[in-house]
Design a protein around this ligand. Structure first.
Ligand SMILES: [Zn+2]
Ligand SMILES: [Zn+2]
Ligand SMILES: [Zn+2]
Length: 425
């Protein structure tokens, strides 16, 4: 995880100048005594509830304009330059974007450290050869969240995730063959520029076959454990005549966790075949039709769902479109599902090949277009720098029409109505 000590930023060695060019518009420019591989433009909205946003820029960028900021808000702005694991910063400027007001240098010089995001509330859900980690991100600057999975104190897999991602399922589909009954430890940290802040909480659990999750995990601290609440056992026949005519084949479902009473048979609506759980999927053994329980005793056939099922939960849940937006989310976890660029199907943020953009708020997926990697919404070019995507602005203007709303929402929520920079002519 690197060191837990955050390097102190010594004397400011980037010169930042800010100019309120009009109401809501701040023109920034900076000069740097050394070359930086990348810059972070840091913006803190001050007030009772502080809010944070950072824009990652290529090292050749040395001016940027923020427009459509709230003219009654006060912002703290700084620039951080990073290269080879070391960061240097400018002083903090205090700016109210109202025509006629001049930016001031902040007297208290808080540095960066108090403004870095941290991870809290770590929990984990064990399933059959699968773990799902959940966490909460506290407000602050963050580039990525790192999830590490350890077995016997040895790192077996690490994931670097966009801060919008606050849960991750790990199984063979994500490149890790977990073993049932083996304890795994989960560690989390937030990464920003050259800083890493480990979360002091860790969670331990062992994957276990369906139905044995609780029994196998009772030896671990329960504070960090959650369990799937969907009952996967067959429904019980509670009235005697429910099973009339089923013959004496009691237990036909075969010990799926039902402790008493015969199982209610589920029949396929197409071929009347037996429907039962297989690897968290409810499948017809005859025609292979797949169903999902709606949680109220009814079953939906996945083929008839408008958007299909989610990619985040097991058992799968229904995908829904949020009102007033065209983004799709899982009805259970709320995770956004992004339509694939080429063909049908959806992708989670954690599976995007290039992650999310730096130009829009909420941030949108980066795509490969010809030889470049661009934002799906604004078309702005991005470049990989020290393992992270930085914006290479064609025109250094950031249209912050929705920035206050976004800052209020933090980075937790991604909608579809991303704001983008002013159109290029
Ligand atoms: Zn069938
Ligand atoms: Zn889901
Ligand atoms: Zn964008």
């Amino acid at each position: 995880m690197g060191s837990s000590i955050i390097p102190k930023i010594a004397e400011p060695d980037i010169d930042l100048a800010a100019d309120v060019v009009a109401d809501g518009e701040i023109a920034l420019s900076w000069s740097d005594s050394r070359s930086s591989g990348l810059y972070h433009l840091l913006i803190v909205r001050t007030g009772a509830v502080r809010a944070f946003t950072a824009i990652r820029l290529g090292g050749e960028t040395c001016s940027y304009t923020l427009s459509n900021l709230g003219r009654h808000q006060r912002y703290r702005i700084s620039v951080l330059g990073s290269r080879d694991g070391a960061s240097r910063a400018s002083s903090w400027l205090s700016v109210t974007p109202q025509a006629g007001l001049r930016p001031r240098r902040c007297m208290d010089e808080p540095g960066i450290e108090p403004y870095l995001a941290t991870v809290t509330n770590v929990s984990v859900m064990p399933q059959d050869r699968r773990l799902t980690a959940y966490w909460r991100l506290q407000p602050g600057f963050v580039d990525r969240v790192r999830l590490e999975i350890l077995r016997d104190q040895q790192l077996v897999k690490a994931f670097d995730l966009e801060p919008e991602v606050t849960s991750l399922s790990v199984d063979r589909g994500r490149g890790l063959e977990l073993q049932n009954g083996a304890p795994y430890e989960l560690r989390l940290a937030t990464l920003f520029a050259s800083f890493a802040i480990p979360c002091p909480e860790t969670a331990v659990c062992c994957p276990a076959p369906r139905g044995e999750e609780r029994a196998q995990n009772c030896r671990f601290r329960s504070r960090h454990l959650v369990y799937p609440f969907v009952e996967l056992g067959p429904e019980l026949a509670v009235f005697e005549d429910d099973v009339a005519g089923e013959g004496g084949g009691g237990g036909g479902g075969g010990g799926e966790g039902a402790s008493s009473g015969p199982a209610q048979k589920l029949r396929c609506c197409h071929c009347a075949g037996d429907v039962h759980w297989q690897e968290y999927r409810l499948l017809c053994s005859g025609c292979r039709a797949e169903f999902i329980p709606n949680g109220r005793g009814a079953f939906l056939e996945t083929r008839t769902l408008r958007f299909g099922t989610c990619k985040c939960c097991l058992p799968r849940k229904i995908l829904v479109r949020r009102q007033g937006s065209d983004s799709l989310v899982c009805a259970h976890s709320g995770k956004e599902h992004i339509p694939l660029a080429d063909g049908p199907g959806y992708q989670l943020i954690e599976d995007l090949p290039f992650g999310l953009c730096q130009c829009c708020r909420p941030r949108r997926p980066l795509l490969r277009k010809d030889a470049a990697v661009v934002c799906q919404k604004s078309g702005e070019k991005h470049r990989s720098e020290q393992g992270r995507w930085v914006l290479v602005p064609s025109e250094p203007v950031f249209d912050a029409t929705a920035i206050d709303a976004l800052l209020d929402a933090g980075l937790a929520e991604i909608g579809a109505s991303g704001i983008s920079r002013a159109r290029r002519s």
